[in-house]
Design a binder for this molecule. Sequence first.
Ligand code: SAH
Length: 227
Amino acid sequence: MSFAASVLTLFPEMFPGPLGISLAGSALGRGDWTLQAYDIRNHGIGRHRAVDDTPAGGGAGMVLRADVLAAAVDAVSPSDDPRPRLLMSPRGRPLTQARVRALAAGPGVVIVCGRFEGVDERVIAGRGLEEVSIGDYVLSGGEVAAMVVLDACVRLLPGVMGKQASGEEESFEQGLLEYPHYTRPREWEGASTPEVLMSGDHAKIARWRRAEAEKLTRERRPDLIDR
Ligand code: SAH
């Protein structure tokens, strides 16, 4: 069974975009995952297929209508759909590698991309949408954020990453940032590869990498250590 992604967007032509290239793209071609980019405007109202309206209470911008968005969700995700439904939103719980792992281990995901000022609050509870943020900054729409979620999930699907092991030592997987990497040439612009990496002593190399990872994490992300 492959990982089934459905993305609800006003700009379906943005997909697969970068997800059609490299690891994610080859996996898509092999059918390791599927991608449905569904146009919210299919459920727009009237001759102009309106999807948004002015905010109740006044203020700048436009808000995606609850009825339009709910109809789009219902069209791609029946009430017994086992897939989690995410709403990309700067107000959401920040995405973590642990959440990505959990998503990647499941049947897939339904992702709603907001635009304008966001979506009518009622549709969030009404369709059981889980708000997810990709960081503390504001994008113009949820599409790029949805691609971030999907890219992170797809690379974890069985057989997608060249060497399965390369997932386990990576940043965040052990609550640490990753240790530094080096490759050839051994000397470059006066900087040499650390001696220990050339020693062939695998236990010693593992200890060095662990110590480097801890040092980097303490310096750059003490919050990860506290967690
Ligand atoms: N007025 C909203 C921002 C709307 S940005 C606010 O202040 O919270 C328009 C859309 O872009 C959002 O509906 C959301 O889908 C997407 N978006 C913006 N920033 C995001 C982020 N950090 N993470 C996930 N999605 C984001």
